[in-house]
Design a binder for this molecule. Structure first.
Ligand code: ADP
Length: 236
């Protein structure tokens, strides 16, 4: 298949309205275009809409208005089944609270999306070993999530998101539960995969130090994009 040309993922005029109380816009008129291999950092105070935006970009939540386009395919035109397939092959998500399957070991959790996508046993075992080594938890591979520390669970969750080499990795506060040394390691890891496998990252974080990795830094406030800067800190 020929390489996709154009933004790998984009969203146009995204709004998300929740009809609670007097009603609330979690997002309002958000536009974002991300090229292949870019590293996007989403900043903004708690409640500014970061998780909502990631969930909409990841196709696990639908917007009230607007469109998400991944490699030229509009989410609104896809059936739930087609969207699920697209998610499985093109998107890797790292959640704030890991969402590992408790009855599977680290190795099995990481290999799970690969098995769903039809990889062979050999491919699964090679990729899983490579990822475990990259994040430095080979010695924990047969442990269940309940037997792992928060930092270890987070690294397993990251390996799982990277397993199928998806085009886009969406990470929601991926270092929220880690100390600053571990946080740094995770961001270095993202940066390494971003460079070596040309994967696109969109990462929501509270940590201003992560801005040094950003090709695009987006600041959200009350569901709207307040500011957008390039890697030189220029407003765009
Ligand atoms: P952030 O990730 O920046 O902390 P969120 O995207 O989680 O922000 O939330 C944005 C706003 O939307 C918040 O005001 C939050 O309370 C609201 N919100 C999020 N999910 C729901 C929901 N399911 N129902 C009602 N309001 C929600």
């Amino acid at each position: 298949m020929s390489e996709w040309v154009g933004p790998v993922i984009s969203c146009h005029e995204i709004s998300k309205f929740y009809a609670v109380g007097d009603g609330l816009f979690a997002l309002r008129d958000v536009d974002l275009e991300v090229e292949k291999g870019q590293f996007v950092v989403l900043m903004g105070p708690s409640g500014s809409g970061k998780s909502t935006l990631l969930n909409i970009l990841g196709g696990i939540d639908r917007p009230s208005h607007g469109e998400v386009i991944l490699k030229g395919r509009k989410f609104s035109r896809l059936s739930e089944d087609d969207l699920a397939i697209m998610r499985r092959t093109e998107i890797g998500m790292v959640f704030q609270f890991f969402n590992l399957l408790p009855e599977l070991t680290a190795v099995e959790n990481i290999g799970f999306p690969m098995r769903l996508a039809g990889y062979t046993d050999k491919e699964v075992s090679e990729r899983v070993s490579f990822l475990l080594e990259a994040v430095g938890i080979e010695d924990r591979q047969n442990h269940y999530p309940s037997e792992l520390s928060g930092g270890e669970q987070q690294r397993v969750a990251i390996c799982r998101a990277l397993a199928t080499k998806p085009s886009v990795i969406l990470a929601d506060e991926p270092t929220g539960n880690l100390d600053s040394a571990r946080s740094r390691e995770i961001m270095e890891l993202f940066s390494k995969f971003n460079k070596e496998e040309d994967q696109t990252f969109i990462v929501a974080t509270h940590e201003p130090s992560f801005l040094e990795y950003a090709d695009i830094a987006v600041k959200l406030r009350d569901g709207e994009i307040e500011e957008r800067r390039d890697k030189y800190g220029r407003l765009i």
